[in-house]
Ligand binder design. Structure first.
Ligand code: SAH
Length: 451
């Protein structure tokens, strides 16, 4: 169905769409160049993860897949995310914000349209979970800069939840240049602080619960897929947890085993009416969604979660990526990214009834609804260099082609329950025949019309 977004949201979208590729240093954006295809360089890492894991398993027995994933990815000393710059064409994998600035710009428009729909609160906390190289946040800030007249005196601040000290340095460099510093005290919940070129405060946290309570729009792009999953197998004796063990035939190799008896996780994390034979449950992701739902209910705001995933249909999706190729998840742990598809049906269940959930809709649908085609036309009109034009078209295809990222990635949103309800009429008003105005549709989840 074709829906019309309120005039204000439409004006806002067109104002951003009509800008050509602009320098982030000029506004609230970061300090890096405005590039269409971004590049990073990977650094070598010490091969000590396998030793650490085999010693642990030999001492205490097989570990759940979730613990394996957590150790490999976020162990404070050896973790993949903690040590490695893994994002980009020359590294292990590439994400949409790294492919094209248009992606982050459209997310920026979404954030501001939700801020407007909430009645333009006086302060706006932009909270990103797992910000990678800070590219998405930089593109969002550039949109805020372009729409400064819309935001007026609103106090905008950026809050980054990042477990990796190494990546926080990359983010700080990209978003604030040299204008940032590490906290003096180890236990300071804000472990780094900085300011963008335009003076917006940026704070880094290890955990979502440390971000101050206030009106916030939360963004998580390819964050939930990096959180540890438990894996469960249906057997003749009921649900059993899949564990990681040392291979008795090859002492320096790992293998999967099925726990002979129920574990606490297999007893509480599998739904009673589950129909699949194998399930992956991201309990940590569930807890984070519950926190988001609580904060949105209490302080208003919204969350936008974008990731590859399914709606409770897929089974075994746990996999590794190294240098853009699939990689055996148990081989040379710590050298490759580990990931599992996000189960949006689980996130919806964990969000509970206190918030409204929208989606998942495919990335293609979301970006098209947000006006990516119009934005592309503007960029192409302003670009005469044939090689840049080719890059623009190829990154557009990568983001939207159903066979590439267009159908693999999905957008899901949590909203305050008042966002989609009709405003109630003050008691005693005798206007029975007039209906209350319908709430504005949520951009991205409904088609925008420019007519
Ligand atoms: N959003 C970025 C990066 C995705 S990679 C992009 O799309 O380009 C996953 C990001 O989440 C990295 O920044 C990683 O360090 C961070 N991360 C992974 N697990 C985390 C955790 N438990 N808490 C906070 N950040 C985490």
């Amino acid at each position: 169905m074709r829906l019309f977004v309120g005039v204000k949201s439409l004006q806002l979208v067109s104002r951003v769409l009509l800008q050509s590729c602009s320098s982030p240093a000029a506004g609230w954006g970061g300090t890096g160049p405005c590039d269409v295809l971004r590049r990073v360089h990977s650094s070598p890492r010490p091969p000590s993860v396998l030793k650490h894991l085999t010693a642990k398993i030999k001492a205490t027995g097989p570990i759940p897949v979730a613990e394996y994933m957590r150790e490999v990815l976020t162990n404070p000393v050896t973790g993949y995310y903690v040590k490695k710059d893994m994002l980009g064409p020359d590294a292990d994998f590439i994400t949409s914000p790294e492919i094209s600035q248009i992606f982050g710009e459209l997310v920026g428009v979404w954030i501001i349209s939700e801020w407007m729909a909430a009645g333009r609160p006086r302060s706006l906390q932009l909270v990103e979970l797992g910000p990678g190289k800070g590219s998405l946040a930089g593109d969002i800030l550039r949109v805020c800069s372009q729409l400064r007249s819309v935001l007026g005196e609103t106090l905008v601040s950026l809050h980054l939840v990042e477990v990796s000290p190494a990546l926080s340095v990359v983010q700080a460099q990209n978003l604030t240049g040299t204008c940032n510093r590490k906290a003096d005290a180890e236990d300071d919940p804000v472990y780094r602080r900085g300011r963008t070129g335009a003076g917006l405060p940026v704070s880094w946290y290890r955990r979502l619960e440390d971000v101050p309570a206030d009106f916030s729009v939360f963004v998580a792009h390819e964050f939930f897929d990096a959180l540890p999953v438990h894996k469960f197998q249906r057997t003749d004796k009921g649900w059993r947890e899949v564990m990681v063990d040392v291979d008795p035939d090859k002492p320096d190799a790992l293998r999967f085993v099925v726990s002979p008896s129920p574990t606490l996780a297999s007893s509480i994390l599998v739904q009673a009416d589950e129909r699949r034979d194998h399930v992956e449950v991201c309990a940590e992701g569930g807890v984070i969604v519950q926190q988001l739902a609580r904060r949105i209910t209490q302080d208003s705001g919204a969350a936008l979660i974008a990731d590859y995933g399914h709606d409770g249909t897929k089974m075994d999706t746990f996999r590794g990526f190294k240098e853009h190729q699939l990689h055996d998840v148990l081989s040379s742990p710590g050298s490759a990214d580990l990931t599992a598809d996000v189960d949006f049906s689980y996130l919806r269940r964990m969000a509970g009834g206190s918030v409204t959930c929208l989606g998942p809709v495919s990335q293609r649908t979301f970006l098209k609804n947000m006006g990516i085609d119009a934005r592309m036309q503007v960029l192409l009109r302003n670009c005469t260099d044939p090689s840049t034009r080719r890059q623009l078209i190829s990154s557009y295809n990568m983001l939207t082609d159903p066979a590439k990222m267009g159908h693999r990635f999905h957008f899901f949103s949590l909203l305050h329950p008042s966002r989609l309800s009709r405003p109630s009429r003050p008691a005693g008003l005798k206007l029975e025949r007039k209906r209350s105005p319908a709430p504005l549709p949520v951009a991205g989840f409904s088609e925008l019309s420019f007519s």
